[in-house]
Design a protein around this ligand. Structure first.
Ligand SMILES: Nc1ncnc2c1ncn2[C@@H]1O[C@H](COP(=O)(O)OP(=O)(O)O)[C@@H](O)[C@H]1O
Ligand SMILES: [Mg+2]
Length: 344
């Protein structure tokens, strides 16, 4: 009997319950009125009226509470979903109302689909991450290879050409002024080319990174790129820190990208580069006082094939770290990254 009652839709439960209250009120009320006609006392009238009201409220409360229990259960589930817990499921077996039960089943189906989609997304993301890692490693290897070739072949040959030109210049008769001038101009050009090649080699694979370490390499790169543009640089770099080659390369590349961005986009006057290492984390921050930009436009930058800051984020994420770009028009830009030491 109780089970059958519970299985009734809420609408009918409330309707029938209230019909019951009216029925009790009509039958009981008539009987009480009869009694009151005989012994009409004001206390008795108040007593019976109070009993009637309390009874009616009590019955209605009980009816509505049992009828709305299923809704409370659902509300509880939806609240947990709202707080971000998508593992929760509505307890369909505890919901008697058929319409609500149907609703709860649909909610559960939706949550199951969401969980399946999330799993697929996570798998895709992991694959993408793996791919990015391979691309970055391949890029570093290729840079190393080109740097080695440039160093061993190109800059070696250029150095020999310079030597030969110097010898020609020294042995050319003093009267051959035209030839001597041409030789000197060619030597100057070769010197500049050699200097450019050395800079290219450093950009590709900073030998300083291997020899002197991260802090010195960052200092050198910042000085040679920022100072010619008249930008004052303040360094907050530790004297002797060493990390794994993977982390050092990543941190150097990130600093390199931040410095290049300042030269290309910032119109800054001052730059502060901070690098520190705790027992758990590396922190790198590059801050400028330039014109700044709106970081929400970065996703649009991707569609225009501007990958710089995206590459930074990829490197950091691959190493389990975090990356933050704070910037707004006229307020300068700060790139701050943290990389855990354990993940190396
Ligand atoms: N330090 C900075 N100051 C001002 N704008 C910047 C700075 N760094 C980045 N930006 C802006 O963010 C955009 C995206 O940067 P990035 O991803 O490195 O691509 P790219 O340097 O190839 O344009 C830049 O085009 C520039 O508009
Ligand atoms: Mg860039």
């Amino acid at each position: 009997m109780w089970r059958a009652w519970q299985r009734l839709p809420i609408l009918y439960q409330v309707l029938l319950g209230n019909a019951l209250v009216i029925l009790i009120g009509a039958v009981g009320g008539t009987a009480i009125t009869k009694q009151l006609l005989q012994a009409s006392s004001i206390e008795l009238t108040i007593f019976f009226a109070t009993v009637g009201i309390v009874l009616s409220i009590g019955i209605n409360y009980f009816l509505l509470r049992t009828a709305l229990r299923s809704i409370n259960l659902l509300e509880h589930t939806v609240e947990r979903i709202d707080r971000g817990d998508t593992t929760v499921r509505a307890e369909v077996n505890h919901i008697a109302d058929p319409q609500l039960r149907h609703f709860a089943q649909s909610l559960n189906t939706m949550l199951d689909r969401l969980a399946a989609h999330t799993r697929t997304l996570e798998t895709n993301r992991a694959q993408l991450r793996q791919l990015s890692g391979q691309v970055l490693r391949a890029q570093e290897d290729e840079r190393k290879r080109i740097a080695r070739e440039l160093h061993d072949d190109t800059s070696g040959s250029l150095a020999r050409i310079l030597l030969n030109l110097q010898m020609c210049e020294d042995t050319a008769p003093a009267g051959w002024t035209d030839l001597r001038a041409k030789l000197r101009a060619t030597r100057t050009l070769s010197e500049q080319t050699l200097e450019n090649v050395r800079k290219m080699i450093f950009d590709l694979r900073p030998a300083l990174l291997d020899d002197l370490g991260l802090a010195a390499a960052i200092r050198w790169y910042a000085k040679t790129n920022l100072e010619p543009s008249g930008i004052q640089t303040q360094f907050e770099l530790p004297s002797a820190v060493r990390g794994s080659p993977i982390i050092e390369t990543a941190l150097f590349r990130i600093a390199q990208e931040a410095i290049n961005n300042i030269v290309r986009h910032a119109r800054a006057r001052h730059v502060t580069i901070h690098l520190s290492q705790t027992t758990t984390h590396w922190t790198l921050s590059v801050r400028d006082d330039g014109q700044g930009f709106d970081p929400t436009t970065l996703s649009a930058a991707l569609t225009e094939q501007r990958w710089g800051l995206f590459g930074v984020r990829e490197r950091v994420t691959l190493l389990g770290g975090t990356c933050q770009v704070d910037s707004s028009a006229g307020k300068g830009t700060q790139l701050q990254i943290e990389i855990p030491i354990e993940k190396t």
